[in-house]
Design a protein around this ligand. Structure first.
Ligand SMILES: [Zn+2]
Ligand SMILES: [Zn+2]
Length: 782
């Protein structure tokens, strides 16, 4: 008999790893112990060499479903004799904290069955969990992951629960979130002006049902924060919710109780079903079936759109509520317009009565707020695209191993904020942290970052951020570096996008030239202009801006993103046809003012996002937009109509006959659209032709670069039609790379910043191109 030490790291805490080791070791009659440490799970035991190897092998091959092993080692260690086999509490005695944080896990099927089983002692207990499901990241306060270091610390287990916790044969053996209605978490419901109505859990559940039936809006504390619930088939209630939330058109998600109902009303493929029912349980964007009227008010839920955000209950509480109600419910993050999700009970009681008629809380705190994640799958090529990465996905990112052990913090961009932290050889990409605009979003950003740094007891030595000094993430980084004396680095916005998609596809070290097509709304360019329609080439750790959409004037700062009609006049500036079509969208004083601003413009943009806005305005799909990408989504809906009728077949594209050798002629594109519009071409046709033209550019530029490897990033690639069309035409011709575990939008910037810095990527100036930055014609002729 010798003494051995097995060390396993990865997502190995909070997922039932120690119980699994205990069971394997006990079955083999091995003596020793297993415990969580700062850097994973450790097993010390006595065994023959053969048994030691067998145990090591078995541990690796019987890892619990939610575990992810990154490293595993078996070594002989100092002789020590053990009696029996024990599961020990955490060893927090030193060493670098390296363990990966588990995300929150949706209710498993066994817990779900127990929840609805009248004979089970946890029947209708809204916080049922086991080692394979329940909240994790949202309740972790200290590492290693043990009950006393989570928001469960204040709940003492009753005799029955303790019995399960200590019973090796029980599936709740060492389950840190273990509780029941006797010893666990209780619901409370509050009425207007925060008057407590009841804190009897069964009574609260009955009231939720009756209040919802009566057309009320009920705020319910979920896993990552409060959700607003109301009947999805009551137009008046939904309108009221929109009014109170100051949300004119942004779509709401809908909670269904089961997959069968979703299957009945929506076109849902296997990939989408898997996502809905998976452990991440995100909101999935689905198309209602055409031949059967969906059982919700489509117009009120998602005005002007052809897809609905659908989700299934990911927590037992939502499972009970939606099951009791029996009909689909609107389920949307409870926040005050522009601010992040509310997750503290005191804030909920203070602010939510402006929106909700009732508030339901429970007495376990949320340590880390998270929104529901949003995912969609492109229709044709079934390319999954993450729109919002949060609950269920954040924070661990396993596909990328940092090159150094240096602690680096990358602070991200602005509108879709996130941060990335590289610590002790692991990389964490935070959940979506709001828009970065409001004070509350900025507070949440700070708190989440401090929480993660605190968990790992680290301080960054380098901080990486966006070049735009107007961004909160930039100011935060500067402040941080000054206060803490750490180094600061700046990475260009679109280069960060490109670095992120390169890293996600393991292309950083390829010797081939890779084309990066990075299209989004805005980002500060290296020349001081607003970029967003970019073509880069990456090779040998160097990034060159190959070309871009010709610059057009950018005026009125933020207003331009909110008013597609301004993008329309900027991209068509001075053209007779543009003036004729667009003038009526403005009061004459506005028109004259904007024309002057355009003539005198000193700031220019190449943004494809703004080009989408401009086309949407020309087609009268909307001159104002409530949220980023709204106008572009309406354009996509129209283009999808065309494709549904005609397939991916188009009679031509807007760049035919254009010279794209130097840069992409924005004016030429816009002229084509104006002409088609003037000639009375159908809107779906024009919308589809715009998409197709962009798809054709992929090929045009890839030929110029002479590469077969193309990466795509930026918010424009949330457009599933564009992605499908690209894959439809080029899957056989090029190697196409999209984001995998991150969103294509600005949520990936923080990760890209980290990658860019860590891999010492250099931004090279393309001399021949930088000199020929054409702007749209008006600017040149003036
Ligand atoms: Zn479970
Ligand atoms: Zn109990």
């Amino acid at each position: 008999m010798e003494t051995y030490h097995i060390h396993i790291n990865g997502i190995v805490q909070g997922v039932g790893f120690r119980p699994m080791v205990f069971q394997l070791a006990s079955a083999m009659g091995i003596n020793g112990y297993v415990m969580n440490g700062n850097n994973g799970v450790h097993v010390f035991f006595n065994a023959s060499e053969a048994d030691a190897h067998k145990l090591f092998h078995d541990i690796k091959h019987h890892a619990p479903a939610q575990a992810k092993i990154i490293s595993a080692s078996l070594q002989k260690t100092t002789d020590k004799t053990f009696e029996g086999f024990a599961v020990l509490m955490d060893d927090n005695s030193g060493g670098k904290k390296q363990v990966l944080l588990p995300p929150d896990i949706a209710t498993c099927s066994t817990c779900s069955q127990e929840l609805h089983d009248e004979t089970n002692r946890r029947y209708r207990y809204p916080f049922i969990t086991c080692t394979q499901c329940g909240p994790r990241y949202s309740i972790i306060k200290t590492l290693p992951y043990e009950r006393h270091g989570t928001a469960m610390h204040s709940f003492d287990m009753c005799q029955n629960c303790s019995g399960e916790y200590e019973d090796i044969g029980d599936r709740r053996f060492f389950s840190q979130t273990n509780s029941c209605s006797i010893c666990g978490i209780q619901l409370t419901i509050w009425g207007s002006a925060a008057i407590k109505i009841s804190n009897d859990t069964s009574n609260v559940l009955l009231r939720i049902k009756s209040y919802l039936s009566a057309g009320n809006i009920v705020a319910v504390k979920g896993i990552g924060g409060y959700l607003l619930l109301c009947d999805a088939a009551m137009p008046g209630t939904i309108e009221l919710l929109r009014k109170r939330k100051h949300r004119r058109s942004k779509p709401f998600a809908v909670l269904y109780h089961g997959i069968n109902e979703v299957d009945k009303y929506y076109e849902v493929n296997d990939c989408e079903k898997k996502l809905l029912q998976g452990k991440e349980a995100p909101i999935v964007l689905l198309r209602p079936k055409k031949d059967i009227a969906v059982n919700i008010c489509l117009t009120q839920v998602a005005p002007g759109l052809n897809k609905i955000g659908v989700m299934l209950p990911y927590s037992p509480l939502l499972d009970i509520i939606s099951g009791d109600y029996g009909k689909p419910l609107i389920a949307t993050s409870a926040n005050i317009s522009g601010s992040p999700i509310i997750y503290k009970d005191a804030d909920a009681l203070e602010y939510l009565f402006n929106i909700a008629d009732y508030v339901v809380s429970y007495n376990r705190e949320i340590a880390v707020p998270q929104d529901d994640s949003v995912v969609q799958v492109s229709r044709n090529s079934q390319q999954p695209l993450i729109i919002r990465r949060s609950r269920g996905y954040a924070p661990s990112l396993l596909q990328y191993a940092p090159r150094t052990n240096e602690c680096i913090l990358a602070t991200g961009a602005f509108l879709k904020s996130s941060f990335t932290l590289s610590v002790n050889g692991n990389v964490f990409v935070s959940q979506f942290l709001g828009s970065g605009e409001s004070y509350e979003s900025q507070q949440m950003y700070r708190n989440t970052q401090e929480h993660l740094l605190g968990l790992y007891s680290v301080k960054p030595t380098t901080i990486v951020t966006d070049k735009h000094h107007g961004y909160f993430s930039h100011r935060y980084a500067v402040e941080f570096s000054q206060k803490d004396g750490c180094a600061i680095q700046f990475v260009q916005h679109h280069e960060a996008h490109f670095a992120a998609v390169l890293a996600e596809n393991n292309l950083l070290h390829t010797s081939h030239a890779v084309l990066g097509i990075i299209w989004d709304g805005t980002g500060l360019g290296n020349d001081g202009n607003i970029w967003g329609g970019e073509f880069f080439v990456y090779q040998h750790s160097e990034m060159v801006r190959h070309s871009h959409f010709d610059y057009f004037p950018t005026i009125t700062a933020d207003k331009m993103a909110q008013q597609p009609r301004i993008s329309a006049i900027c991209t068509t500036s001075g053209t007779v046809m543009g003036n004729a079509i667009l003038k009526e969208k403005f009061m004459s004083i506005e028109w004259n003012n904007y024309q002057k601003l355009i003539c005198k413009a000193t700031l220019f943009s190449s943004s494809v996002g703004r080009i989408f806005d401009a086309v949407a305005s020309i087609l009268n799909l909307g001159d104002m937009q409530e949220y980023e990408g709204e106008a572009a989504m309406y354009l996509q809906v129209l283009a999808e109509e065309y494709v549904a009728a005609n397939g991916f077949i188009m009679d031509g594209h807007y760049f035919e006959g254009a010279n794209c050798d130097s840069n992409i002629p924005t004016a030429y594109l816009m002229q084509g659209i104006l002409e088609d519009s003037k000639n009375g071409k159908a809107k779906p046709y024009i919308a589809a032709k715009l998409h197709y033209s962009l798809v054709c550019l992929v090929d045009i530029v890839a030929r110029q670069v002479n590469t077969d490897m193309i990466c795509f990033s930026g918010g424009v690639f949330q457009n599933t039609l564009l992605v499908d069309w690209i894959r439809q035409l080029y899957d056989d011709k090029y190697r196409l790379f999209f984001h995998k575990n991150l969103s294509p939008n600005d949520e990936n910037i923080s990760f890209g910043q980290l990658v860019y810095y860590e891999n010492k990527i250099q931004s090279k100036i393309n001399n021949s191109k930088e000199m020929s930055n054409r702007q749209v014609e008006r600017v040149l002729t003036d």
